[in-house]
Ligand binder design. Structure first.
Ligand code: TXA
Ligand code: MG
Length: 345
């Protein structure tokens, strides 16, 4: 995928000093895009109250406009200004925010969020991120920030500032550059608009912890539901082929061919093959594996590899989010229902 916009501009990567955070906040308030680190992945931020700014996100990502965005806020009071919390949402937010949990809640019409953020739904996906740079930026901007992952739509999410620059090129002007994201997979998205909590996306907070706090089970739509129906997705980010590398991905392997790349998990000395071999976590630690996942998929996504062969990963805890991303990476490519919108300026 091309990494430069029509003008061939490149983004500026700057460290998150106080002065640079103020500069980023000023750009956001002026309706510009800024990429910034969160504990999960880098986000491509825009003022969530500004229609034009939010439109720029969709253009820069080449993202279909029916796919709504996550709104990031600095604190609970700000969250309550934009969405209605019930007892379940209060309980989860008290315990798990700031952190990698996104709650889908009813939108307050008077809250002032751009309607484009919700893509026509009457709900909003919202979270308080835990990363100190994200928190300082939210404070300095003094507004809610809409931010999807800072990559072109359909590509693997960025966990380093260089991934952002490679994927978006000059489509973003400024990247607050703060090294690797510690969690490495996106936030868990939980829909609390209905009576039964529904897991829209497994992520950095494990569903077992949500169920323990809620005292009820969370509905997990089967992975098979996630594809299909591009015009009526409940959580449109669940389009099957997401996070797709350029070369085919094979799952659950116990060996690789000589022209394939091996992505291992746990002890791999007895595993054969692999022109290139990387290990998500030689000790079999799921946190370490999640933090390495996207960077290793990118590193192995090279034309000389016939495929990326991935060893089995347990489905428990963070394994659910890792396997979800891997299944999407392995799913057949689906064309976007609309052509990507070229940037106009
Ligand atoms: O970790 C993360 O969540 C990162 C960082 C930057 O915060 N953000 C992120 O955003 O992954 P994005 O846009 O790539 O994923 C947002 C997900 C999509 O699956 C989207 O469909 C879903 O949240 N979503 C957003 N608003 C929704 C809504 N009102 N109802 C249902 N799903 C929604
Ligand atoms: Mg994304």
């Amino acid at each position: 995928m091309s990494n430069s916009d029509a003008s061939g501009k490149q983004p500026e990567l700057v460290p998150p000093t106080d002065a640079n955070i103020r500069r980023a906040a000023d750009l956001l308030r002026a309706g510009e895009l800024v990429a910034f680190p969160t504990e999960t992945v880098y986000g491509l931020g825009a003022d969530a109250t500004d229609d034009r700014a939010v439109t720029r996100i969709f253009e820069a990502k080449g993202r279909p406009r029916f796919n709504p965005l996550i709104v990031h806020v600095a604190d609970q009071d700000s969250a309550e200004a934009f969405v209605r919390f019930d007892a379940r949402a209060e309980r989860l937010s008290e315990t798990l925010w700031p952190g990698p949990l996104t709650l889908v809640l009813p939108r307050r019409a008077e809250g002032g969020l751009s309607l484009l953020v919700s893509a026509g739904l009457d709900s909003v996906a919202i979270r308080i991120p835990a990363h100190p740079v994200a928190r300082s930026l939210l404070k300095a901007a003094g507004r809610p920030i809409a931010a999807p992952s800072a990559n072109r739509s359909g590509a693997v999410s960025p966990t380093t500032p260089l991934h952002v620059a490679e994927s978006l090129g000059g489509r973003v002007g400024l990247i607050l550059s703060a090294g690797r994201c510690p969690v490495g997979v996106e936030s868990t998205v939980l829909d609390l608009t209905g009576e039964t909590p529904v897991l829209l996306r497994p992520g950095g907070v494990i569903v077992e912890d949500l169920e323990a706090l809620l005292g009820v089970s969370v509905l997990r739509p089967s992975p098979a539901d996630a594809g299909g129906e591009p015009d009526a997705p409940k959580s449109p980010g669940q389009l099957a082929s997401h996070y797709a590398p350029g070369v085919p991905v094979k799952l659950g392997v116990h060996g690789a061919a000589a022209d394939e790349a091996l992505l291992a998990f746990g002890p791999d000395t007895f595993i054969r093959g692999g022109a290139t071999r990387l290990n998500l976590s030689p000790q079999g630690d799921l946190h370490e594996a999640a933090a390495n996942l996207f960077a290793m998929l990118r590193a192995l996504d090279r034309p000389e590899h016939a495929a990326i062969a991935v060893m089995p990963i347990p489905e428990t805890g963070l394994g659910a989010a890792i396997n979800d991303r891997l299944r999407r990476a392995a799913a057949p490519r689906m064309p976007l229902p609309f052509p990507a919108t070229p940037r106009q300026d």
